[in-house]
Design a protein around this ligand. Structure first.
Ligand code: URA
Length: 251
């Protein structure tokens, strides 16, 4: 509204206590949130916050341990258990079944990274381009766990190779974790995301993959989600992903 002196009256900004903002998005009781603030783990617009700090929840960038909190309006985050035969894309000119057909149409989302058509398991879909970009960026190295049923029975030496690095045509793979769940079932945890990496690693040590399932992305796992089923990420799961890709020095 125009004032007598010609200036425009600003809507007063309603500031809220920081501990209340943190409590609202699931950081526990206000007391616990005060403890986080007192420990210097909370920043507002990049500056370490002090107890009693008030913020404009609409505009302040609040982070805990470097990870921005909260969900911006309009952003959605789905966890899908991708069945085999479904292509990881948002659009397939060949008309094959695609992952986005398994989740709600609106708002439009896209897959984070990719699983081969013949791979099953956990896939994130979102319309949060920034988070998706970070999650797939090699420098953040978010862990992915796979269970691979393979031909033959991998020896200790084969498992050691998987752990220490396998020479592939696009270079040596990074250190990984590998263990046997059964004679022909390998659990492999990698933090790279090269094309068909697990299949190529297993093949390179003499054990081609028969069936491949992704069982974890970062800290997110869910054995109760059947093939083709999806659910929204919980606040804690989302926060764990944001934490995994929070700005780190040198990145
Ligand atoms: N590694 C593979 O070989 N395939 C996938 O779909 C994912 C990881």
């Amino acid at each position: 509204m125009a004032e007598d002196d010609g200036s425009v009256e600003q809507e007063p900004v309603e500031e809220v206590r920081l501990q209340k903002v943190l409590a609202r998005v699931g950081f526990g009781s206000r007391r616990k949130c005060d403890d986080l603030i007192a420990a210097g783990r909370v920043t507002v617009n990049g500056e370490v916050a002090v107890l009693g700090r008030r913020v404009d929840p609409e505009s302040a960038v609040v982070a805990v341990d470097g990870a921005p909190i909260g969900v911006r309006p309009g952003l959605v985050y789905y966890l899908l258990n991708k069945p085999t035969g479904v292509v990881t894309t948002a659009d397939d000119p060949q008309g094959r079944p695609i992952v986005v057909d398994l989740v709600p149409d609106e708002p439009r989302v896209f897959p984070v990274g990719r699983l081969d058509a013949d791979t099953e398991g956990l896939l994130l879909l979102t319309n949060d381009g920034e988070l998706a970009h970070r999650l797939t960026h090699p420098s953040y190295g978010v862990e992915k766990e796979y269970v691979a049923e393979v031909e033959g029975e991998p020896s200790r030496a084969a498992l050691r190779s998987l752990r220490e690095g396998v020479e592939l045509e696009d270079g040596l793979t990074a250190e990984a974790r590998a263990s046997l769940m059964d004679a022909s079932v390998v659990k492999l945890t990698i933090h790279e995301g090269r094309n068909r990496q697990v299949r190529r690693m297993c093949e390179a040590v003499g054990h081609p993959v028969v069936r491949l399932v992704r069982t974890r992305v970062g800290l997110i796992a869910d054995r109760s989600l059947g093939p083709g089923e999806w659910r929204e990420l919980s606040i804690d799961e989302l926060r764990s992903l944001e934490q995994a890709v929070a700005d780190k020095p040198g990145r």
